[in-house]
Write a protein of this length. Structure first.
Ligand SMILES: [Zn+2]
Length: 81
């Protein structure tokens, strides 16, 4: 993991978040609410420059692999492939 997800707002799931064949989160889990930024795991900085200390960091969410979260557009453009 090179980037983890950092979200400006979070919410608690009220029902099970399911996609076919994959359990995303369980009821009561904290999940991103709105766009998530890519936070460099080494530097702790976001790609787009959003202040990381204003974000709730999801240590278990790999930003590059996560397909079910809404992503910050600028962070997406900044990820080198
Ligand atoms: Zn961003």
């Amino acid at each position: 993991m090179q980037y983890k997800a950092g979200s400006e707002r979070t919410k608690y799931l009220e029902s099970k978040g399911m996609r076919p064949g994959r359990l995303v989160a369980a009821p009561g889990d904290r999940v991103p609410d709105g766009p998530s930024h890519a936070v460099d795991v080494t530097t702790g900085e976001t790609i787009c420059g959003f202040p990381a200390d204003e974000l709730y960091l999801f240590d278990s969410i790999d930003w590059e692999r996560a397909s079910l979260i809404e992503k910050c557009t600028d962070c997406g453009k900044g990820v080198k492939r």
